[in-house]
Design a protein around this ligand. Structure first.
Ligand code: ZN
Length: 134
């Protein structure tokens, strides 16, 4: 059995990381799959999915502060829409993550959370969760 679950998230500002661990775990529970893989995918070109610490919010703050330094908002980009920095950050961070499901639970480290990131917000974003039994 394999199913796709989709939910929407409103990102709060230009650059943001939103913890979506609870929504992903809910999709796993709805699927009733006990063992398998969970793929989390965002179908957007200025968003990304990543896993990192969800205990100290300063980790997210530092991560976004540094990625905005590495890829500046303005750097002589050609893309007419004016959001090349966001496209580049999304490709660097990646559009999906795969997490192992064991006994109906996502196997994440104690301090790990799954994040939807957005670099050209605020926007309403879709997240697809594909559950693969096995
Ligand atoms: Zn663009």
């Amino acid at each position: 059995m394999s199913k796709v679950f989709t939910f929407s998230i409103k990102t709060p500002q230009t650059t943001a990381m939103v913890d979506i661990t609870r929504q992903v775990q809910e999709a796993v529970m709805k699927s009733k799959v006990e063992n398998g893989l969970c793929v989390v995918f965002v179908p957007h070109t200025t968003a990304a999915v990543t896993i990192n610490e969800n205990a100290d919010p300063d980790v997210v703050r530092d991560l976004l502060m540094e990625i905005n330094k590495v890829i500046p908002f303005s750097d002589g980009y050609h893309h007419i829409e004016g959001n090349s920095a966001a496209h580049i950050k999304s490709s660097l961070m990646g559009f999906s993550e795969t997490i192992i499901i064991d006994e109906g639970r996502l196997i994440l480290g104690t301090w790990q959370g799954i994040y939807l990131t957005e670099y050209d917000g605020p926007r309403m974003r879709k997240v697809h969760v594909k559950i693969i039994e096995g």
